[in-house]
Ligand binder design. Structure first.
Ligand SMILES: C[S@@+](CC[C@H](N)C(=O)[O-])C[C@H]1O[C@@H](n2cnc3c(N)ncnc32)[C@H](O)[C@@H]1O
Length: 210
């Protein structure tokens, strides 16, 4: 069950005390996640997909879906002409559901926020939808995504307003100043689950690795 007027799993994730607790909550949610997010009018995957397609050429590979969940984005990436997408998530249950969609070439049960076992510049593009949000991953997860994205590649991610104002905006400005990334595009804040009551807006950001 989503948060807002329904209460439930996402609300519990926002309060979770650690990565393994988050993973266990998503494991339990995995079966009903797609249905409940559809009812909630969940927008992040469509917005991220549109931004990725606007800034990354058809055929770019490999891509990483970071915090892939049940694979809502992976399905569309294949249809849009990205032939090799890998899924990373902390929840084995969510990755198992993603595997059923037949859209990913590899699965990585890993935690964002710490070191990732990929070479520098390995991925041509990275997408992370609904992950940089309360109780999930904070700005500490950004550096590794930048490291594993190749120069010229793009990173599309959504960031909840509370995180944006709590350090994300300043970190991105700092990285731009250092010449590590450029901010190619940033949406206006929008509510990710419009059918839910009272959710804090997020924005989607497109970063190019320099
Ligand atoms: C709201 S869901 C979004 C899933 C998918 N991107 C989508 O848009 O449907 C958040 C996902 O982030 C994963 N997650 C939370 N914390 C994580 C972490 N530290 N590292 C990797 N994945 C994490 C959860 O297991 C869950 O699958």
């Amino acid at each position: 069950m989503a948060d807002g007027k329904h209460g439930g799993v996402l609300g519990a994730v926002y309060e979770a005390k650690g990565a393994e607790e988050v993973a266990a909550l998503y494991d339990r949610w995995s079966e009903s996640y797609d249905h409940e997010m559809a009812i909630a009018g969940y927008r992040h995957p469509s917005i991220c997909l549109a931004l990725l397609a606007r800034h990354l050429p058809r055929g770019a590979a490999p891509l990483l879906d970071a915090g892939a969940g049940t694979g809502l984005i992976g399905e569309w990436l294949g249809i849009m002409g990205y032939p090799h997408v890998e899924a990373l998530d902390i929840s084995q249950g969510m990755l198992a559901k993603a595997a059923q969609k037949g859209a990913y070439k590899a699965f990585h049960r890993l935690a964002l926020g710490g070191p990732l076992p990929f070479d520098d510049g390995f991925f041509a593009g990275i997408v992370s939808a609904g992950v940089f949000t309360s109780g999930h991953v904070g700005v500490e997860g950004l550096g590794e995504l930048i490291r594993i994205c190749r120069p010229g590649g793009v990173i599309v991610l959504t960031v909840k307003n509370t995180l944006w104002d709590g350090g994300f905006a300043s970190r991105i400005a700092e990285l731009e100043g250092q010449g590590t990334i450029s901010r190619v595009e940033e949406t206006a804040p929008y509510v990710s689950m419009p059918a839910e009551g009272g959710t804090v807006p997020s924005r989607a950001v497109v970063l190019r690795r320099l």
